[in-house]
Design a protein around this ligand. Structure first.
Ligand SMILES: Cc1ncc(C[n+]2csc(CCOP(=O)(O)OP(=O)(O)O)c2C)c(N)n1
Ligand SMILES: [Mg+2]
Length: 374
């Protein structure tokens, strides 16, 4: 068991910046360059998609709860880069970026946010409940920690069937204090389940800091109680996250669960309607300085991977993609109210919206005639 940090830390828990030069870029293979540019394009896609989501919300085109991945782009992109298409992903309500990077068409993700029939969950799930079996995204959960035991069960199913897939289950720092988190890690370690638990430590659960809510604020250390391997990585650096994720996924595929803590940032409030008044201006300015999308773009330019023109071309391409998604969502029809109960259960149930809670789903079978009894 190695419970370790992946990189030297500054007092704030961030990796110390590494020296980088253009010579480094010259040594990179075309495949490496393509990978880095791909990371940047994906991070920018999440960024522009989420900014558009916030705008559409204020225009009342999106309703309900809505939580954004702004600030967590490097974490999402790095983590998912290590998954194969047959692996499973469970996450929480902050999942738009995960859905897109998992390969779901951004048009369908935006249509879901708009509550339209072409949405990932046919418009009935909304921001917090995207689900797509084809892409093996098994939710999107609004209950804090709700996904953790379910993901553990999925890993048990894989193990039971003898499959080679793994499960990745992401959650927030606040979720590491939920009872089901501990129960799940315990059973996963005991039964050697193929699962990677990921804590996206954005240092806030709504408005409460990790230090105020967790007796052990270095959350990756929780794994020690379960003799599970774990580590902590800088979530603003997509390459560091990708490397850590690759190690965690390989460990899980080898039959050993893993806990990865990704130290990240939440650039805005908890949800789109939270003005985040609990943060000082100085704190917000510092967050902007470490903005992962801006700093990664600048790093690629500094290292000669991209020039300013290429950066601008990616910006145009991504903006057009997001515009397309918003136009698609707006033109998609709203669901028919008569279909409201169609997707509540996996088994067939009568689509009867007039049934009251507690009333039987089906007419009971008539009792046998006592006269026929022998
Ligand atoms: C069981 C439960 N308790 C409380 C809530 C309300 N709630 C929603 S998000 C949240 C904070 C979770 O913080 P964290 O796990 O750090 O995730 P983040 O929002 O930072 O991604 C809380 C308390 C809930 N949805 N479910
Ligand atoms: Mg949090």
């Amino acid at each position: 068991m190695t419970n370790q940090m992946h990189a030297p830390r500054t007092p704030a828990g961030r990796a110390a910046p590494k020296k980088s030069t253009r010579a480094k870029a010259a040594a990179r293979t075309p495949a490496e360059v393509a990978r880095l540019v791909g990371f940047y394009r994906q991070m920018l896609l999440i960024r522009r998609f989420e900014e558009r989501t916030a705008r559409s919300y204020t225009q009342a085109l999106i309703g309900g709860y809505c939580h954004l991945n702004l600030g967590e782009e490097a974490a999402v992109v790095g983590l998912l880069s290590a998954l194969s298409p047959t692996d499973y992903l469970f996450t929480n309500y902050r999942e738009h970026g995960y859905a897109i990077i998992r390969g779901i068409d951004p048009n369908r993700v935006m249509a879901e946010l708009y509550g339209r029939t072409d949405g990932v969950s046919k418009g009935w799930g909304g921001s917090m409940h995207m689900f797509d079996r084809g892409h093996r995204l098994l939710g999107g959960y609004g209950i804090v920690g709700g996904q953790v035991p379910l993901a553990t069960g999925a890993a048990l199913a894989i193990d039971y069937r003898g499959g080679n897939e793994i499960v990745m289950c992401t959650m927030g720092d606040g979720t590491a204090n939920i009872g089901a988190f501990h129960e799940s890690l315990n059973i996963a370690a005991l039964w050697k389940l193929p699962i990677v638990y990921v804590i996206i430590n954005n240092r806030l659960g709504m408005g409460t800091s990790v230090e105020r809510s967790s007796a052990e604020p270095e959350l990756f250390r929780r794994a020690t109680s379960y003799r599970m391997e774990s580590s902590r990585v800088d979530g603003l650096d997509p390459i560091a996250v990708a490397d850590a994720s690759a190690h965690a996924v390989a460990t899980a595929r080898d039959g050993h669960p893993y806990l990865l803590e990704v130290v990240s940032e939440r650039l805005r409030g908890h949800s789109v309607v939270d003005p985040a008044k609990y943060r000082t201006e100085a704190e917000v300015a510092q967050l902007r300085e470490h903005d992962p999308v801006v700093t990664f773009g600048a790093r690629l330019v500094r290292e000669g991977v991209l020039d300013a023109d290429a950066l601008a071309a990616i910006e145009l391409e991504v903006t057009a993609r997001v515009d397309e998604a918003a136009a698609f969502a707006e033109s998609s029809p709203a669901p028919d109210v008569a279909t409201l109960f169609d997707y509540n259960y996996a088994s067939a149930v009568p689509n009867d919206s007039r049934r009251l809670p507690g009333e039987p789903l089906f007419e009971p079978e008539p009792l046998p005639d006592p006269g026929e009894a022998t």
